[in-house]
Ligand binder design. Structure first.
Ligand code: ZN
Length: 199
Protein backbone atom coordinates (compact mmCIF):
# COMPACT_ATOMS: atom_id res chain seq x y z
CA UNK A 1 0.00 0.00 0.00
CA UNK A 2 1.39 3.39 -1.03
CA UNK A 3 2.01 5.82 1.86
CA UNK A 4 2.98 8.84 -0.19
CA UNK A 5 3.11 10.37 -3.61
CA UNK A 6 5.58 12.79 -5.13
CA UNK A 7 8.51 13.30 -7.45
CA UNK A 8 12.03 11.93 -7.29
CA UNK A 9 15.29 12.01 -9.22
CA UNK A 10 16.88 8.73 -10.32
CA UNK A 11 20.18 8.02 -12.02
CA UNK A 12 19.94 5.89 -15.13
CA UNK A 13 23.10 4.01 -16.14
CA UNK A 14 24.23 4.93 -19.63
CA UNK A 15 27.54 3.31 -20.48
CA UNK A 16 30.25 4.75 -18.26
CA UNK A 17 28.09 7.68 -17.12
CA UNK A 18 24.75 8.29 -15.47
CA UNK A 19 21.83 10.39 -16.64
CA UNK A 20 19.54 12.03 -14.11
CA UNK A 21 15.83 11.56 -14.73
CA UNK A 22 12.94 13.10 -12.81
CA UNK A 23 10.07 10.73 -12.14
CA UNK A 24 6.61 12.13 -11.43
CA UNK A 25 3.66 10.53 -9.64
CA UNK A 26 5.98 8.23 -7.72
CA UNK A 27 4.16 6.09 -5.18
CA UNK A 28 6.17 5.55 -1.97
CA UNK A 29 5.58 1.98 -0.83
CA UNK A 30 7.89 0.96 2.04
CA UNK A 31 6.76 -2.68 1.89
CA UNK A 32 8.23 -2.93 -1.61
CA UNK A 33 11.97 -3.52 -1.48
CA UNK A 34 12.60 -2.21 -5.00
CA UNK A 35 11.42 0.48 -7.39
CA UNK A 36 9.17 -0.40 -10.31
CA UNK A 37 9.02 1.89 -13.33
CA UNK A 38 6.19 1.20 -15.72
CA UNK A 39 7.25 0.99 -19.35
CA UNK A 40 3.87 2.48 -20.31
CA UNK A 41 4.70 5.61 -18.26
CA UNK A 42 8.04 5.95 -20.07
CA UNK A 43 6.06 5.86 -23.32
CA UNK A 44 3.56 8.45 -22.00
CA UNK A 45 6.46 10.75 -21.09
CA UNK A 46 7.56 10.73 -24.73
CA UNK A 47 10.45 8.28 -24.52
CA UNK A 48 11.10 5.00 -26.31
CA UNK A 49 12.02 1.71 -24.63
CA UNK A 50 13.73 -1.04 -26.63
CA UNK A 51 14.54 -4.49 -25.32
CA UNK A 52 17.16 -6.85 -26.71
CA UNK A 53 20.66 -8.17 -26.24
CA UNK A 54 20.15 -8.33 -22.48
CA UNK A 55 19.56 -4.58 -22.27
CA UNK A 56 16.67 -2.14 -22.01
CA UNK A 57 17.52 1.02 -23.92
CA UNK A 58 15.59 4.22 -23.21
CA UNK A 59 15.78 6.87 -25.91
CA UNK A 60 14.36 10.30 -26.54
CA UNK A 61 12.02 10.89 -29.46
CA UNK A 62 14.91 11.92 -31.69
CA UNK A 63 16.96 8.82 -30.91
CA UNK A 64 19.31 10.10 -28.19
CA UNK A 65 20.19 7.31 -25.78
CA UNK A 66 19.58 8.35 -22.17
CA UNK A 67 19.51 5.00 -20.36
CA UNK A 68 20.96 1.52 -20.85
CA UNK A 69 19.60 -0.84 -18.20
CA UNK A 70 21.05 -4.38 -18.10
CA UNK A 71 18.93 -7.49 -17.54
CA UNK A 72 19.76 -9.40 -14.42
CA UNK A 73 17.85 -12.25 -12.78
CA UNK A 74 15.19 -12.08 -15.49
CA UNK A 75 14.39 -8.38 -14.95
CA UNK A 76 15.90 -5.16 -16.19
CA UNK A 77 17.24 -3.56 -13.07
CA UNK A 78 19.46 -0.73 -11.93
CA UNK A 79 21.99 -1.93 -9.37
CA UNK A 80 22.38 0.27 -6.31
CA UNK A 81 25.20 0.23 -3.82
CA UNK A 82 24.64 -0.57 -0.14
CA UNK A 83 24.66 3.19 0.59
CA UNK A 84 21.19 3.49 -0.94
CA UNK A 85 19.74 0.96 1.49
CA UNK A 86 21.57 2.67 4.33
CA UNK A 87 20.29 6.06 3.20
CA UNK A 88 16.70 4.94 3.54
CA UNK A 89 17.25 4.22 7.24
CA UNK A 90 16.39 7.30 9.25
CA UNK A 91 14.25 8.82 6.53
CA UNK A 92 11.31 10.57 8.15
CA UNK A 93 7.83 10.32 6.71
CA UNK A 94 5.87 13.53 7.14
CA UNK A 95 2.81 15.24 5.74
CA UNK A 96 3.29 18.58 3.95
CA UNK A 97 1.55 20.21 6.91
CA UNK A 98 3.97 18.69 9.44
CA UNK A 99 7.00 19.83 7.44
CA UNK A 100 5.35 23.25 6.95
CA UNK A 101 5.23 23.54 10.77
CA UNK A 102 8.87 22.41 11.14
CA UNK A 103 10.10 24.93 8.53
CA UNK A 104 8.53 27.96 10.22
CA UNK A 105 5.23 27.93 8.34
CA UNK A 106 6.58 28.59 4.85
CA UNK A 107 4.24 28.23 1.84
CA UNK A 108 3.05 24.61 1.40
CA UNK A 109 4.01 24.59 -2.31
CA UNK A 110 7.54 25.66 -1.28
CA UNK A 111 7.64 22.73 1.18
CA UNK A 112 6.76 20.39 -1.67
CA UNK A 113 9.39 21.90 -3.99
CA UNK A 114 12.13 21.70 -1.34
CA UNK A 115 11.60 17.96 -1.02
CA UNK A 116 11.07 17.18 -4.71
CA UNK A 117 14.20 19.15 -5.69
CA UNK A 118 16.26 17.35 -3.04
CA UNK A 119 17.06 20.58 -1.15
CA UNK A 120 15.52 19.06 1.99
CA UNK A 121 16.83 15.53 2.39
CA UNK A 122 15.78 12.71 4.68
CA UNK A 123 12.07 13.42 4.39
CA UNK A 124 9.42 11.64 2.39
CA UNK A 125 6.13 13.46 2.00
CA UNK A 126 3.19 11.20 2.70
CA UNK A 127 0.52 13.39 1.13
CA UNK A 128 -0.01 15.95 -1.61
CA UNK A 129 -2.29 18.37 0.26
CA UNK A 130 -1.18 22.00 -0.09
CA UNK A 131 -4.60 23.52 0.66
CA UNK A 132 -4.86 22.73 4.38
CA UNK A 133 -6.00 25.35 6.90
CA UNK A 134 -3.25 26.39 9.32
CA UNK A 135 -4.50 28.51 12.24
CA UNK A 136 -1.07 29.93 13.27
CA UNK A 137 -0.67 31.14 9.64
CA UNK A 138 -4.14 32.75 9.67
CA UNK A 139 -3.40 34.55 12.95
CA UNK A 140 0.07 35.59 11.76
CA UNK A 141 -1.29 37.10 8.57
CA UNK A 142 -3.91 39.28 10.30
CA UNK A 143 -3.12 42.92 9.58
CA UNK A 144 -2.76 45.48 12.31
CA UNK A 145 -4.71 48.63 11.58
CA UNK A 146 -2.52 51.74 11.38
CA UNK A 147 -2.98 54.38 14.04
CA UNK A 148 -4.85 57.29 12.38
CA UNK A 149 -2.92 60.56 12.25
CA UNK A 150 -6.09 62.64 12.61
CA UNK A 151 -8.52 62.33 15.50
CA UNK A 152 -11.65 60.48 14.44
CA UNK A 153 -15.08 60.92 15.99
CA UNK A 154 -16.15 63.45 18.59
CA UNK A 155 -13.93 64.35 21.51
CA UNK A 156 -15.19 63.87 25.07
CA UNK A 157 -17.18 66.82 26.37
CA UNK A 158 -15.28 67.14 29.68
CA UNK A 159 -11.88 66.22 31.07
CA UNK A 160 -11.80 62.65 32.40
CA UNK A 161 -15.00 61.56 30.66
CA UNK A 162 -12.95 59.28 28.40
CA UNK A 163 -9.42 58.07 29.17
CA UNK A 164 -7.37 55.82 26.89
CA UNK A 165 -4.94 53.54 28.63
CA UNK A 166 -2.15 51.29 27.42
CA UNK A 167 0.13 48.79 29.10
CA UNK A 168 3.58 48.32 27.54
CA UNK A 169 6.47 45.98 28.07
CA UNK A 170 8.65 44.18 28.63
CA UNK A 171 11.03 46.74 27.10
CA UNK A 172 14.27 45.35 25.65
CA UNK A 173 16.26 47.75 27.82
CA UNK A 174 15.34 48.21 31.48
CA UNK A 175 15.48 51.56 33.26
CA UNK A 176 18.17 52.42 35.81
CA UNK A 177 15.60 51.40 38.40
CA UNK A 178 15.34 48.00 36.67
CA UNK A 179 11.80 48.50 35.36
CA UNK A 180 10.60 47.20 32.03
CA UNK A 181 6.81 47.77 32.10
CA UNK A 182 4.89 51.02 31.87
CA UNK A 183 1.33 52.26 31.71
CA UNK A 184 -0.02 55.35 29.98
CA UNK A 185 -3.23 57.35 30.38
CA UNK A 186 -4.38 59.78 27.71
CA UNK A 187 -7.40 62.04 28.01
CA UNK A 188 -9.73 62.07 25.05
CA UNK A 189 -10.91 65.66 25.61
CA UNK A 190 -7.52 67.27 24.76
CA UNK A 191 -4.01 65.94 24.30
CA UNK A 192 -2.94 65.13 27.84
CA UNK A 193 -0.95 62.01 28.68
CA UNK A 194 0.78 60.60 31.72
CA UNK A 195 2.99 57.56 31.87
CA UNK A 196 3.97 55.45 34.89
CA UNK A 197 6.74 52.96 35.25
CA UNK A 198 5.42 49.78 36.84
CA UNK A 199 7.99 47.06 37.50
ZN1 ZN B 1 1.24 27.54 9.11
Amino acid sequence: MAEGIGEMMIKLPNGDREVKMRLTWVLYTPALGFMLILVGCIDDAGYWSMFGGGMCQIQTNDGMLIGNVPKSGGVYQVPHGPHVAAATVGVKRMTIRELHNCLGHIAPCAVKDLVSQGIVEGVILTDNDIDFVCHPCIIGKKHKHPVPKIHEGERAKEFGAEIHSDLGGPAQTETLGKRRYYMTFTANQFPWSEGYLLF
